[in-house]
Design a binder for this molecule. Structure first.
Ligand SMILES: C[S@@+](CC[C@H](N)C(=O)[O-])C[C@H]1O[C@@H](n2cnc3c(N)ncnc32)[C@H](O)[C@@H]1O
Length: 188
C-alpha cells in the first residue's frame, strides 16, 4: 500500500537527525497532530520547546499560516544550529538556542508543542503561557486503560495534572497502539 507523503521539510529535518545521530524526533503520527494544531491558528504564535533536529518544527511549519509565527528553542547548540539551517529560508520561523524559558518572551502561545523543557519541570508555567483558546500538545505517553492513568504501576501524576487542570479542556489520544498524546485547549 502506498504511504501518505511526508512534507519535504520534514524529510530534510529527518536527514539532519540521521546525520547527527539524534534519536528523539517525533513520530509522523504526532507530526500530523502538529500540522493540525498550527493550521488551527493561521495568524497565531506557535511554539515548541525542544527543537531537536527540527522534525517537529517542520511538521508545525507545514501547517503554519502565512500570518503566523513559529518559535522553537533547543538547548543543544549544535542541534539548534543544524535545525536553524532547515528553516533558513522561512522568516516566519525562529530557532532559539538555550533554555526553554527563552520562549516566554514570545508568549502567549496559540499552539504549543511542549517537548523539551517545561513539560515536567514547570507544568503550571506551561499552562500559563497559553493564550485563551491556545492548544497544547504533549506526546510520549503510554496509553493506560485505567483512571487515573498509570505508568509503570504508579499513578502518572504529570499526565493527571494536564488532564485535570481547571484552566484546560484536555484529552488523551492514541498516536499508535502503544503511545499517546495529551491534547488540551486553554479555556477562555
Ligand atoms: C524529544 S526531543 C525533541 C524532539 C523534537 N521536538 C521533534 O519533535 O522532533 C527533546 C529535545 O529537548 C531538548 N531539551 C531538553 N530540555 C530542554 C530545555 N530545558 N530547554 C531547551 N531544550 C531542551 C533536548 O536537547 C532535546 O533535543
Amino acid at each position: 500500500m502506498a504511504e501518505r507523503s511526508v512534507p519535504p521539510r520534514v524529510v530534510v529535518a529527518e536527514r539532519v537527525a540521521a546525520e547527527v545521530g539524534f534519536m528523539h524526533s517525533c513520530i509522523p503520527e504526532v507530526g500530523r497532530l502538529l500540522v493540525l494544531a498550527a493550521a488551527a491558528k493561521p495568524c497565531g504564535v506557535v511554539a515548541e520547546s525542544g527543537t531537536g533536529s527540527g522534525v517537529g518544527t517542520a511538521w508545525l511549519c507545514s501547517g503554519l499560516g502565512a500570518g503566523a509565527r513559529l518559535v522553537t528553542v533547543e538547548r543543544d547548540q549544535e542541534l539548534a544550529r543544524r535545525a536553524a539551517g532547515v528553516f533558513a529560508d522561512d522568516d516566519r520561523v525562529s530557532v532559539l538556542t538555550g533554555d526553554w524559558r527563552l520562549l516566554e518572551q514570545h508568549a502567549p502561545f496559540d499552539a504549543f508543542f511542549c517537548d523539551g523543557g517545561g513539560k515536567r519541570e514547570d507544568p503550571e508555567r506551561v499552562v500559563e503561557l497559553l493564550a485563551p483558546g491556545g492548544l497544547l500538545i504533549l506526546d510520549d505517553f503510554t496509553p493506560s486503560p485505567r483512571w487515573p492513568p498509570r505508568f509503570g504501576g504508579e499513578v502518572d501524576e504529570l499526565r493527571l495534572f494536564y488532564l485535570t487542570h481547571p484552566a484546560l479542556e484536555a484529552t488523551e489520544v492514541l498516536t499508535t497502539p502503544a503511545s499517546s498524546a495529551v491534547v488540551a485547549v486553554r479555556r477562555h
